[in-house]
Design a binder for this molecule. Sequence first.
Ligand code: GLV
Length: 428
Amino acid sequence: MEADNPNRTLRTTPQFALYQRENFWKSNNGEVPPFNTEPAALEDLARTKLTQNGWYYASSNAGQSRTHTVNRQAFYRHRIIPRILVDTNQRDTATEIFGHKVAAPIGFAPVGINKIYHPLGELPVATIAGELNLPYCLSTAGSHPVEDVGAANDAGAQRSNVDACRFFQLYMPHDDELTRSILERAVKSGFTACILTVDTWQLGWRHDDINTSNYAFYHGTGADLGLSDPVFQKRLREKGIDAKTQPNEAGALWIDNVWHGRAHTWEKVKWVMELWRELSGGKPFCLKGIQAVGDAEKAVEMGVDGIVVSNHAGRQVDGAVASLDALEQIVDAVGDKTYIMFDSGVRSASDVFKALALGAKFVFVGRLWIWGLAIMGEPGVRHVLKSLLAEFDILLNVAGFRNVAEITRSALESGPKDYPLLHVTSKL
Ligand code: GLV
């Protein structure tokens, strides 16, 4: 494609498609592209770079991976209907999320303990999100202080001269003082929405992780977000735990506050929504982990600003419905009443496109960037996301769509929900 396409200057977003050209040209300069971003190849390569525990934790699903499998199969039952001779020359991938103009409807899903994937953990991920002008979502189970992740995200955004856009994903403790402290820190660190996860009071049953005692926090890794919290430090003192000499006990106390295994109720969710709004001056509050139409309706009734239709990438309930199928029904019920985001099983630009066509306004990806992080740290995350953005930009071009708003249900032909019971590994 033309490097100096005159339409470049007319777009509000970079011409991401040029990343294709950049990679095609590389061998002329004696270079090679960093690695293959085909999802299965990417996953295979990441596996070779990770420790056994890192690999198990990143790739594990609940039970026999049936939910993961159906999450992926659901994408195959929808097919895109390409259009021709549409003037896509000034196409644009930009969209808006909670008042932030971002480069594409693609965000970084909250994923915990990134230090088990790369020594620098969340920092390079947040940096690249800022650099590419995509929203970054930090998990409460993140392995860096929230302040440091905010600064890394700002540093990335400054490289591209854009405003950083970051959200804080909350696992709500049963210790209200601790919840308040974590949220205060998130607000001070520039996180502009709170996304409360409601499908994970504790981790689902994941065979490989259990069989290898694979819970990093119990082994002294990953509790940094908690260890840097003044209220949690007080809790450590109250229990007589010294985090330096007793890292396993300190890590356990932290994660047992986060994944405590004790369900919250709608009343408590209302409380934390009000707390977040008080602390943040009214910034958006969302629920993540909704699959049932009735729950989506209840969330809307309660006054949330958005929901993330997600089944935690199949890591919680084995044998559950496909998140993409849940999306369709939830959009029908409340699509005009709240801001609907989606995750679980996204591996490509066409998956992003399909979720948007079914009514999601925004799509989060998780495992793809974990693999990039594991393979090469910051350049790895950059290569994965730039490739996904290029794939999306090129998809709009070759399928005849000018912008995200044009992606509607009429863009899809959809087959029946007829999923053969396969035994599928994490690849599909
Ligand atoms: C945590 O969110 C996990 O799925 O392990």
